[in-house]
Design a protein around this ligand. Structure first.
Ligand code: MG
Length: 259
């Protein structure tokens, strides 16, 4: 019987000053033509993974975010468990690639990392049902919903605290797959120490529930990204820290904190 090929891990990368679309395969990145929303044509040229600089896989049309979607995280910040998904937006201008800096201004107060599973919408729609929701998914990636925590509290709304330039590291790849196993783990490390580690089965609202909820009031569009909330274990980062967020099957999103 023919073996099913593993799902594609789509990426954008730069090598020798030129940028390409690619497909990550073990320790190499193959050049492909096309995009994750239509089709990908492999080109017979690849680079060792340690030679490439990853770029964000694409610029999201919008970054929808879900707050307090893990019981442990809601509790650690002394919040009630939400009765329905708590939705907010993060500016797309905050996007950064894997390997890029998170720029932390000295006046911004306490800054927290938030490792999160990102859902990439492939097929837009309105009033999408939970049953149909996964057919609208192009794939999954990783996002760090970096937050100026004190400012989030004093501002009374979250736009500024979550939208500083570079506060949305995204990538390194989009796993082109409609559904992830419930046992998939989101893991955040700071300077090599594990700070967050949780199965996505621990989400209060599942990916289909979130898609159905957002699309009840807004049309989801191809290229929208949904950051699905962070598990417990958020904490501060300062200049010089290395933050890595790893999700089984997708890869590792790496950021360096700097002024
Ligand atoms: Mg978050």
């Amino acid at each position: 019987m023919a073996k099913t090929p593993p799902p594609v891990r789509y990426c954008r990368f730069m090598v020798d000053g030129r940028s390409y679309s690619g497909q990550i395969r073990d320790n190499a990145v193959d050049i492909v033509e096309g995009d994750p929303f239509t089709s990908l044509i492999p080109i017979r040229l690849s680079y060792p993974i340690d030679r490439v600089k990853f770029l964000p896989p694409f610029t999201p049309k919008k970054i929808w975010c879900i707050g307090r979607n893990y019981v442990g995280h809601a509790k650690e910040l002394n919040h009630e468990i939400p009765k329905e998904p708590l939705v907010f937006l993060k500016s797309t201008s905050a996007i950064a690639g894997s390997g890029d800096f998170i720029r932390i201004p000295d006046w911004a107060g306490v800054i927290h990392y938030e490792g999160e599973l990102a859902v990439v919408i492939g097929l837009g729609g309105k009033n999408i049902t939970e049953e149909d929701a996964l057919s609208h998914v192009a794939g999954y990636s990783i996002i760090n919903d970096v937050t100026a925590r004190e400012m989030q509290n004093t501002d009374g709304q979250w736009m500024r605290s979550k939208s500083f330039d570079t506060f949305a590291p995204f990538g390194p790849a989009v796993l082109l797959q409609k559904e992830l196993p419930a046992s998939t783990v989101v893991r955040t490390m700071v300077n090599g120490c594990v700070k967050q580690q949780s199965e996505i089965s621990q989400m209060i609202f599942s990916v289909p529930k979130i898609i159905a909820h957002i699309s009840r009031f807004a049309t989801l569009e191809q290229g929208d990204v949904i950051a699905t909330g962070t598990p417990e274990g958020v904490g501060p980062i300062v200049c010089g820290d290395i933050v890595e967020i790893e999700i089984d099957g997708i890869g590792k999103l790496r950021s360096i904190c700097s002024e």
